[in-house]
Design a protein. Structure first.
Length: 216
């Protein structure tokens, strides 16, 4: 698939064109299904009471494309690799993270942000610095939302989602994750340098490095 096809379909999907979603899934679903089955094995079978594995993967893919901020990949291959990671994370979140089904992820606060992942010349100028600029909070949330997908621990992904993107209180986060509010806050702050590094790599057009890493 050529890059322009992928970018245009992503724009159309986030603009509300469900036909574009169908085209994206049709192009990627079979390969995505094979990857998820190989990665998750028996864990995927735990969800089969809700449908067969293809249905589970298709539902997860449609769901993540609904809550991930709009992004522009370099090409169809990069889009597919990123989608694989996010879909696997989504399924693992539902299997492993406490209370993960209590409230669904949302596109809260992203505004019209479009994350350009192609190269440093196209990417947002210093997205890490943007984290500290209140007038760019929508862009901050969008970068953080994508960057947290490269954290390997489902609980840590949930923690960053609730604190940095959804902006829950520490009491709400502690209740959701079954930990003391102060423990949740301290763990979140320990994760910030790693999250900032992931945002920096994304903003510099170095998505492939993150895709090839284990998230550490």
């Amino acid at each position: 698939m050529v890059q322009s096809d992928t970018v245009e379909l992503l724009r159309r999907w986030h603009g509300g064109d469900r036909g574009a979603l169908g085209m994206l899934l049709a192009r990627h679903l079979e390969s995505l299904h094979q990857f998820v089955r190989a990665e998750l094995g028996g864990e995927l079978r735990q969800l089969r009471r809700d449908g067969d594995s293809m249905d589970i993967v298709q539902t997860a893919a449609a769901r993540v494309l609904g809550y991930i901020p709009t992004f522009i990949p370099k090409n169809g291959r990069q889009f597919h690799q990123l989608l694989r990671r996010i879909v696997v994370n989504d399924i693992l979140n539902r299997l492993r993270s406490p209370n993960v089904g209590r409230r669904e992820p949302s596109r809260k606060g992203f505004g019209d942000s479009v994350l350009d992942l192609r190269s440093p010349s196209h990417a947002s100028n210093s997205p890490v610095r943007a984290l500290l600029m209140s007038e760019r909070l929508e862009e901050l949330r969008a970068w953080a939302r994508l960057a947290l997908e490269f954290l390997p621990d489902p609980l840590e992904r949930r923690l960053v989602l609730l604190a940095a993107v959804e902006e829950w209180s520490w009491k709400e986060i502690g209740d959701d994750l079954d930990m003391a509010p102060d423990a949740a806050r301290m763990r979140f702050h320990r994760l910030l340098p790693k999250l900032a590094n992931h945002i920096r790599l994304l903003g510099e057009g170095r998505l492939d490095e993150l895709l090839d890493s284990d998230g550490a």
